[in-house]
Design a protein around this ligand. Structure first.
Ligand SMILES: [Zn+2]
Length: 337
């Protein structure tokens, strides 16, 4: 047992005044059929060699045991529940109202009762999905005071706007959920960090990097890397569009955090990509950077028309029907080595 503090007061075990130690010790208890180990706290009288569990410690030990159980079975702990509620600036009662649970439910979960799995899922979703929280708050409009509602709405909206990039990522992931054949992906999982870094790498080295050219350069980079090392870099899947290869989800990809472009008006609106200040290339390997350098050397100087022409002459493009996915199986015939 480990000593936390010593305090001189009347000891109700030996009925004398002396220094009473507060101690912490590891205990194991059975809870809902699961054996749980946790740290319990007691007062200790060394005159009688007895432990005293005061009312305060009865509560906190029970909570420690239940939190250990929650951790063990993968439920939110009481502190995590408190943190979610406080994030949304709600009282225990108002939070229960918003969730449409019994009024004291949250108070119980924060103090002594282990939540069931269904409620745990709801709390997790509230935490990670501010859009859903906004809907819940809207539903509770008439049930909680408007001042409480408004301050919580403000937080949920702020969290929602912070999620923008995550929603873009989710939307790209959903496009890719069914695209996993090695022929399509080049044998690697979609890695959006690498995509962002490559776009910046190209934008750093190429003065006027427009969208059509960028899309082709991404394809050349993945395809060349596959030819050299039997795996692509990004896991992007490319379709054969009239102007050449274009990654699936490209219109969402270019809006990801860490990608910068400006709109330039010629006879039509074009996107010119610019490097983001302070960008670091941490997720690219040296081998991959070598591939990028070769692509820049081979096609970096071509204008849009010329790179489309080059793309049209690639076997991989010629062998793919319009709008179909370009397979990596033609990589050994790529015009670049
Ligand atoms: Zn004593």
């Amino acid at each position: 047992m480990e000593e936390i503090k010593v305090e001189k007061k009347l000891c109700i075990l030996c009925m004398e005044e002396h220094g009473i130690r507060t101690v912490k010790m590891s205990e194991t208890e059975e809870f809902k059929g699961t054996s749980v180990e946790f740290e319990a706290v007691y007062e200790y009288c060394d005159q009688t060699d007895e432990l005293l569990e005061t009312e305060e410690y009865i509560k906190s030990n029970s909570l420690a045991m239940k939190d250990a159980y929650r951790r063990k079975v993968g439920l939110l702990t009481s502190d995590e529940i408190i943190a979610i509620r406080e994030k949304y600036k709600l009282s225990q009662k108002n939070f229960s109202e918003v969730l449409d649970w019994g009024r004291a439910t949250i108070t119980r979960y924060e103090n002594h009762q282990v939540q069931d799995r269904a409620h745990d899922d709801v709390l997790r979703k509230i935490n990670s999905d501010p859009k859903w929280m906004l809907q819940m708050l809207d539903r509770a409009r008439d049930k909680i005071p408007s001042s409480a509602l408004n301050s919580s709405l403000l937080v949920a909206k702020e969290e929602f706007s912070k999620m923008h990039n995550q929603y873009l990522i989710d939307s790209i992931q959903s496009i890719y959920a069914n695209l996993h054949d090695e022929d399509m992906t080049g044998g690697v999982q979609l890695n959006l960090n690498k995509v962002v870094e490559i776009i910046n790498y190209f934008a750093t080295k190429i003065k006027s990097l427009h969208k059509v050219k960028l899309m082709k350069m991404l394809w050349y980079a993945d395809y060349l890397n596959y030819k050299r090392h039997e795996k692509s870099i990004t896991g992007l899947v490319y379709g054969a569009l009239p102007m050449g290869a274009v990654p699936k989800g490209s219109e969402v990809i270019i809006d990801l955090d860490g990608i910068k472009y400006e709109e330039v008006l010629y006879d039509h609106v074009a996107y010119r990509f610019l490097p983001v200040e302070g960008i670091e290339f941490n997720s690219l390997t040296n081998e991959e950077v070598d591939t990028l350098e070769t692509v820049i050397a081979e096609v970096g100087d071509l204008n849009t028309q010329d790179i489309i022409k080059k793309m049209h002459s690639e076997e991989a493009y010629k062998c793919t029907s319009a709008n179909e996915i370009i397979s990596f199986k033609y990589a050994d015939q790529l015009s670049i080595d």
